[in-house]
Design a protein around this ligand. Structure first.
Ligand code: SF4
Length: 372
């Protein structure tokens, strides 16, 4: 049975991980630019889903769709795809492929169709699956997040319990290449429960890595309250990156509380100051346009953006109500004219990047060879 993987830039790390997970079952995922016989797999997020929906619905072969959007909206996706992988794919995808090859119905835990869905009862143990095989990917060192930020799909997909790859396994994959880069919801939570840092575990990991380490930068950002003297000392001693990337999201404590961010504005300011004192450039994310944000709260965010931009870099994004999140189904509030103007001026001065007006422009561009 020929199994294909639809090339989608945003899903390149999922491809590396799932290719490696499927190979032991005898399936190699051939990269394609259009669906092909016998089976084509897709990984979709909520921004690119509408672009691929008709292609999947019209595919002649069997289609399997996973990814954040499929997990959040599996009933809707099962309306146009043959099979939907709900949640983690490392265990479920090879089992589903074996089931399809046997001519079964695909009624296995973690797979939804228009006729059935049984949730999986357990989650993936990261050490049980390779991070990647011949197609290099970032090494996912941790998965799951104990927080419940109102706009975020991560805990809905991977759960609230943090799981970690072991140091030896991470080192085995990372040391094959010149650079060690990681995927984590909070790199500074490595080895911990996600709330109480374990700096000794991070140092033990760093000591086993023999290459240039990039830690706390995309795609392994950190939380602001984990930025402290200990974590910065570790980065300065062992890592190549001179930037740390973390989310502030709002300049209002009331908004942060409603988002259940679990940190304050002061935590953000403190993190920025500590980075600057340590010679590390803070790269800070903000979201504007939360549905419940008042004018005053939006102004507070703009003021904090200005403050951070004096010593660091800022990414500003417009709120997107992603399905499956606590804020799903809400609508982004309009931006104040002052917000648009302030962001425009800061962008012209090279102080901020992002997309506060049209989030889809930044987060999803159709591949150039796909544009009709
Ligand atoms: S935004 Fe980060 S900290 Fe918040 S729930 Fe998502 S992964 Fe966790």
């Amino acid at each position: 049975m020929q199994v294909n993987w639809r090339q989608i830039h945003a899903a390149r790390n999922s491809y590396a991980a799932l290719l490696a997970a499927c190979e032991p079952a005898g399936f190699s995922l051939r990269l394609v630019d259009l669906p092909a016989a016998d089976v084509t797999c897709y990984s979709l997020n909520s921004l690119n889903e509408s672009y691929y929906r008709d292609e999947i619905a019209g595919a002649e072969g069997i289609t399997i769709v996973g990814g954040p959007h499929a997990t959040a909206c599996y009933r809707e996706v099962a309306g146009y795809a043959d099979y939907v992988i709900v949640g983690e794919g490392e265990h479920t995808l090879p089992r589903l492929l074996e089931e399809i090859e046997r001519g079964g119905t695909g009624d296995i835990p973690g797979v939804a169709t228009c006729d059935h869905y049984t949730p999986v009862k357990s989650c993936v143990r990261l050490d049980a699956y390779p991070a990647f095989s011949e197609k290099q990917g970032f090494v996912e060192c941790s998965r799951g997040c104990p927080f419940s930020c109102g706009y975020c799909q991560t805990p809905q997909i991977f759960g609230h319990c943090m799981r970690h790859r072991s140091i030896d396994v991470i080192a085995g994959f990372s040391n094959r290449y010149e650079h060690a880069r990681f995927v984590s919801p909070n790199a500074f939570a490595y080895g911990s429960d996600g709330i109480h840092p374990r700096w000794e575990k991070i140092e033990a990991l760093f000591k086993c890595l023999k290459n240039q380490i990039f830690f706390g930068t995309f795609p392994s950002e950190v939380r602001p309250e984990f930025v402290c003297k200990e974590s910065l000392a570790l980065v300065n001693r062992y890592c190549t990156n001179t930037k740390l990337h973390f989310g502030a999201q709002s300049g209002s404590d009331a908004v942060l509380e409603r988002l259940q961010r679990g940190h304050t504005v002061d935590d953000v300011i403190h993190a920025v100051e500590l980075c600057t004192e340590s010679g590390i450039t803070p790269v800070v994310d903000f979201i504007v346009g939360f549905p419940f944000e008042t004018d005053e709260e939006q102004v507070s965010t703009v003021n904090l953006i200005r403050q951070v931009a004096r010593s660091g870099k800022v990414h500003v994004h417009r709120f997107i109500p992603l399905p499956g999140t606590p804020l799903a189904g809400t609508t982004a509030r309009p931006l104040l004219k002052e917000t648009e103007k302030a962001c425009g001026n800061l962008a012209l001065a090279g102080k901020i990047t992002g997309s506060w007006s049209e989030p889809a422009v930044r987060f999803f561009r159709p591949p150039s060879n796909d544009i009709p």
